[in-house]
Design a protein around this ligand. Sequence first.
Ligand code: NAP
Length: 487
Amino acid sequence: MTYVITQNCCNDASCVAVCPVGCIHPTPDEPGFATAELLHIDPATCIDCGACADACPVDAIRPEATLTAATRPFARVNADYYRDHAPTPNFTRAQHPGELVTGATPLRVAVIGSGAAGLYSAAALLRHPGVKVDMFEKLSAPHGLIRHGVAPDHPATKRVIDQFDFTPAKRSRFQLHLGVAVGTDISHAELLTRHHAVIYACGAENHNQLGIPGAPLRGVHYANAFAGWYNNHPIHRDLSPDLSARRAVVIGNGNVALDIARILATDPARLTATDISDTALKALRHSNIEEIIILGRRAPEHASFTTPELLGLLERPDIDILIDPADLPHQPPTDPAARTRHDLLATAATTPPTPGNRRITLRFHTTPTHILGTEAVTAIRTERTTPTSPPTPDEITTTIVIPAIGFRGKQIPDLPFNPRTHTIPNTRGRVLTPTGTPLPGVYTAGWIKRGPTGVIGTNRTCAEETITSLLADHRAGLLAEPTSPRH
Ligand code: NAP
């Protein structure tokens, strides 16, 4: 028997650190870790000890014998990884925080943002008894996208928060300041007078723009607003989308698009036990939407969604997934992971729909060109383009369009910003001036550091890299003493 990593995998590598035989890969020091869709257990070397399952913060690791119909395909996904990656059992990641920072005068660090990157940064800092952390969050509730982005039907993913329930000793050195916006309520300069270092972990607050005619029409709701609506985000909870039509269109082919389509297709009765907002649940109970069309401009093999999320969707008995078999490549790919994804899509393309189910239609090779309507959306015009056929125009009738086309970071007052990547320029988390030299005492972690990629646990490795830089600078005497440390 072996253990198997399933859909919820958060990639924070807690399992990697405890595996006695090093059979979980990629590890944070291996190529491909940053872009891995999930981690994989090698069935040939797993000794069935269960240490990984105990350590997993999101309950994603199961004994193979207990897999259900929905999770059984993950045994193949785990095993496939080792068809072209030889396991390397000698993972050498440091299990300890290095030389501890101690001392009567604490090292004071401000962390801006209380999402995954900020919390992993705080957790890494608080391992050192001589560090005090002030976390600043502009909203009135913490946890960023874990609270306001993760779909309500993924409660196991939200459990990642539990690991930030710090011990009393750590809590005494940690202060969370809610409702404080940097740049409005407190300036970057003020933060630096009170702390030795400031870490910006404020995510990617803006979204990409659709940039086609009709995009500003009523009925177009960008994904951050729509997901914020059902996740009770204080700015978006009153969105009030019109769900009276039979069909909704989601633009974009990433995991956020799948999340939104799945919530729209889910029987509200399944959502009552979740933390979905009461307003959204009420609206979904009156929804007429029967079909959600997801428009992806690329071919299926290049779609942005991950195989675990696709699998999770395909295993839902109450939702039909429709795919035009002509969208699939004629030759199945040879790479094992790509082959698994191809086989899943090919099976879906030939599975007959179940009468009465709501359906999600995945349209590939399809680019939106116009959103039609006078004040509100009435239709969306698209163009289908494949390498072998001329562009084919189409028009889809709908009153609601949800672009889920990716996020971008927002410039923070008084900080360097790269307007091309929408990130803070940095090297290993040290913020860089326009001339490329480190800005003393200023650091960054998470999406604003590296761009909007990866899953929640990816932020752990990202944050730990930043903390390693910060503590090295502290030990090298590069952090200035705060001039007004008390507040
Ligand atoms: P994403 O993965 O970058 O996907 C964005 C999608 O939007 C792509 O399909 C992209 O197409 C498309 N797009 C961009 N501009 C477009 C335009 N102008 N017109 C049409 N399509 C356009 O972003 P995301 O879905 O927002 O996810 C962000 C990150 O969060 C990802 O790392 C994701 O895995 C993660 N996440 C994970 C989960 C989970 O694990 N459950 C859930 C949600 C999000 P092209 O590929 O053609 O550019």
